[in-house]
Design a protein around this ligand. Structure first.
Ligand code: TGC
Ligand code: FAD
Length: 394
């Protein structure tokens, strides 16, 4: 009989609106035509042409896609998720670019910023003409950002920022950094606050982090803030406390729920195709029961991952999704995706370790995806807290 696609097996399109399918297909076609042919080289060379790609992504409306106004397309959250899925089916690094730009940097300005900040940055960021980054993590504070040491003190009307941020996606190519810092408790703007920092401000530097074995098609940098002087208007006026950055993380984690399953789908499609053409012991690998058992089990997880993502998309579109629900999707879909990537690698044998096929690249990328935006353990503890009412983080 003729083979079904994964989408047909689960009748996935029956759960989507025609407009969402059209957006998904636009992004898929763009990704396959403009990104897929180059991705193995970008990964091998650890060089992503961020500016060029950002302008093209802006051109198809993929930056700040589900934000309203200020030049943003204002699509449904589900459509945004589908875009993340198609981009990560090419590479997690591309989805990261979109997540950091749209869900972290643009969302923070859109949700917590002043009209002046929104008008200054969002239209250019939506078009991909200005690149943003988001500095929360520090060398000694990743899972526990509440311990951050980066500090903002008042000098007259100005703010002076000092500190170091670590592992910041797009850091060394960004035009603007959303930086989270602790403010002096005595000075009326208590606790953790966000600052919109143009990266050409004196005292700001962003050395790139090299020697990565994962997310090679993504720029990662340190941010060094050495007496960076900013006007009073640089502070995000509406964000106070950890809720500010964590609300942006919800947005980016939501995109990863979809994205990770895109990487898994790409691995599985590569493994199915390979198993049909590769002959072992005189017949195609696909004709062996052991292979089919692997493929069937992986298809179940890819299908279930889609269903969970679509469900969270609908909850988010209704404004009902809760952070611990996003944690269920981030934890499950990332964890299953990396298992699938590794299992697919076995089907490809030695060919599976090369960049001729996407599988080892996805597997390596997913090591980062498992860690950033809340490690698996952080999401287990978030779900555990929701189930028991007990906070086991500390
Ligand atoms: P906790 O006491 O739980 O909360 C402090 C305040 O924040 C509120 N809150 C949230 N608000 C919105 N969304 C969430 N998910 C929230 N979780 C908590 C909470 O209501 C409270 O508000 P308020 O007003 O009462 O003060 O804080 P905690 O210190 O116990 O921390 C909780 C924990 C561990 C879950 C949190 O710190 C955490 O999520 N840690 C992980 C850090 C993380 O994910 N970093 C990611 C950095 S960015 C990145 O990795 C980009 S990768 C590139 C890409 O995306 O592709
Ligand atoms: P740690 O927090 O030191 O964790 C180490 C281990 O301890 C993990 O297994 C963790 O799960 C475990 N652990 C932590 N707390 C507990 C606990 N309470 N109980 C049990 N186990 C625990 N950050 C940004 O701000 N912006 C970015 O753009 C960004 N981009 C990134 C890009 C890449 C490629 C990578 C790899 C990271 C990026 N990050 C970014 C940082 C990322 O968010 C952090 O790496 C992540 O939050 C984990 O922090 P950590 O690496 O310091 O690990």
């Amino acid at each position: 009989s003729s083979p079904s696609t994964l989408s047909q097996l689960f009748a996935l399109d029956s759960l989507l609106e025609p407009e969402e399918i059209a957006i998904r297909d636009t992004v898929r076609d763009f990704a396959n035509a403009r990104l897929r042919p180059h991705i193995a080289d970008w990964f091998e060379d650890a060089k992503l042409p961020v500016r060029e790609i950002a302008r093209e992504l802006g051109g198809i409306g993929a930056l700040g896609m589900h934000l309203e106004g200020y030049g943003c397309p204002g699509t449904s959250a589900t459509a945004y998720g589908l875009a993340c899925l198609e981009l990560e089916a090419v590479d997690s690094g591309i989805r990261s670019l979109v997540s950091v730009q749209g869900s972290l940097a643009m969302f923070s300005i859109h949700h917590w910023g002043s009209e002046e900040q929104k008008n200054e940055w969002l239209p250019r960021m939506a078009a991909g003409e200005a690149i943003g980054c988001f500095g929360l993590t520090e060398p000694d504070f990743g899972s526990n950002p509440s311990g951050m040491r980066t500090n903002a003190r008042r000098d007259g009307e100005d703010w002076i920022l000092n500190g170091t941020k670590m592992w910041i996606t797009n850091g060394s190519v960004a035009d603007v950094a959303v930086v989270w810092a602790k403010t002096d408790l005595e000075e009326g703007a208590r606790g953790i606050r966000g600052f919109v920092v143009p990266t050409d401000t004196p005292g700001f530097s962003a050395p790139e982090i090299g020697k990565k074995m994962s997310l090679r098609a993504s720029v990662t940098a340190e941010l060094v803030l050495d007496d960076v002087r900013l006007p009073a208007s640089a502070m995000l006026p509406k964000a106070q406390g950890l809720r500010g950055p964590l609300s942006a993380l919800n947005e980016a984690r939501y995109g990863i729920v979809f994205g990770a399953i895109g990487a898994a789908r790409d691995c599985l499609e590569a493994a199915i195709a390979y198993s049909q053409s590769r002959e072992v012991f005189d017949k195609p690998l696909a004709g062996y029961q052991l292979t089919q058992a692997k493929l069937a089990d992986m298809a179940l997880e890819v299908g279930k991952g889609h269903l969970l993502a679509y469900h969270l998309g609908r909850l988010k579109d209704r404004g009902e999704v809760r952070p611990e629900q996003i944690s269920t999707g981030k934890l499950n879909n990332t964890r299953e995706a990396i298992k699938i990537a590794r299992e697919c690698r076995t089907i490809l044998g030695a060919n599976g370790i090369t960049l001729e096929y996407p599988v080892i690249r996805h597997a390596n990328n997913l090591e980062s995806v498992l860690t950033y935006e809340g490690t698996s353990e952080v999401h287990q503890l978030t779900i555990g807290r929701a189930l028991t009412g007990q906070d086991a983080f500390r």
